[in-house]
Design a protein around this ligand. Sequence first.
Ligand code: AMP
Length: 144
Amino acid sequence: MLVQQILKARGNNPVITVKPGTLVADAVSTLAERRIGVLVVSPDAERAVGILSERDIVRSLALRGAGCLTEAVDQMMTRNPVCASPGDSSDAVLKRMTEGRFRHMPVTEDGKMIGIVTIGDVVHARLSELSMEKDALQGMIMGH
Ligand code: AMP
């Protein structure tokens, strides 16, 4: 399955972004309100200049204490996140997520962000694909 099909199946939901300069405390509120694990940092909701995961926040809190909540997201985010393209396969995306040890990838087309996929979306797509392949093979073996 391709990334564009995964996005379509999920209803092409808009990506939740925050602007550079947003306070980490405000980002925490947005993560909680939206019940999501990452925010893409973008000045215009098109260019993904960074990504801020709940893991980044937990790590900073443990290392530096609550003072980090009054910093800007720019200090805590991962810059230039690895992005997927709509034509990438679920296998290729899963490989990049596993190798990079992250669970989210913004999807960009012509330099513009059009969605985001999570490791959960990709695993779900792969499992559906494998189940269909199994049924097809079983049908061939059983002769129907
Ligand atoms: P996650 O597993 O996605 O919650 O993120 C784990 C770590 O990887 C955090 O430090 C994130 O900032 C970073 N990260 C998340 N997504 C990406 C990505 N697409 N490219 C690069 N780093 C990322």
